[in-house]
Design a protein around this ligand. Structure first.
Ligand code: ADP
Length: 198
């Protein structure tokens, strides 16, 4: 199979509490990359739960399976040079390890950090209100745990910062970590590496 030319694949794995800003940042990242001619695909936890992960709930086993399937899809995509932006709560250290084990050096983990109270005030999807009213179970931060990373992890705080700043910080960090090869020149014997084209 022909791989997507002109870029290297990586999975940008955004994790954090519900309402922390994962999806918002993912959408902007996709747009900023597209403006630079980089093709990316978003794998959003909520959207995947409507389709490929339909039927999975929020028990520890189901969350693990949700992450495993998503990471496997990301592995196929990154293997074909697609930048894959994954936004899933991925609450526990062992969940993050599942993704890391599947993706190896193709994962760039980003902790989208925001205090629970701020997420609850944002309450974008009305889920915090429901959790407080005990209308939903196993809600992360209430009756289901979230573990902050205990290993050095690229972290962005979305409290009091602009979405644009957060997305730019991720892109800037990627510049130093991945190199995006330009297409070989016409005679085929030279290829130029450009590390700062995103
Ligand atoms: P998640 O995908 O993590 O559940 P969402 O992206 O759906 O969260 O919602 C995050 C909310 O926080 C949005 O309403 C967004 O506009 C707001 N927000 C405020 N500041 C930021 C920021 N710096 N980055 C991302 N989102 C932010």
């Amino acid at each position: 199979m022909n791989k997507l030319p002109g870029q290297n694949g990586i999975a940008i794995w955004l994790f954090g509490l519900s309402g922390a800003g994962k999806s918002t940042i993912a959408i902007l990242l996709e747009r900023m990359l597209a403006e630079r001619g980089i093709f990316s695909i978003r794998l959003d936890g909520d959207e995947l739960r409507d389709g490929v992960n339909k039927g999975l709930g929020f028990s520890d086993d189901d969350r693990s399976e949700n992450i495993r399937r998503t990471a496997e899809i990301a592995r196929l995509l990154t293997g074909n040079n697609v930048i894959t932006i994954c936004s899933l709560i991925t609450p526990l250290g062992r969940h993050r390890k599942i993704a890391r084990d599947i993706l190896g050096d193709k994962i760039f983990e980003v902790f989208v950090d925001c205090p629970l109270e701020v997420c609850a005030n944002r309450d974008v999807k009305g889920l915090y209100k429901k959790a407080k009213a005990q209308m939903i179970e196993k809600f992360t931060g209430f009756d289901s745990s979230f573990e902050k990373p205990d290993i050095p992890t690229f972290t962005i705080s979305t409290q009091g910062s602009k979405v644009e700043e957060c997305a730019s910080a991720i892109i800037e960090s990627l510049i130093s970590r991945i190199r995006i090869p330009l297409l070989p020149l016409a005679d085929g014997d030279e290829s130029v590496m450009l590390s700062a084209c995103i």
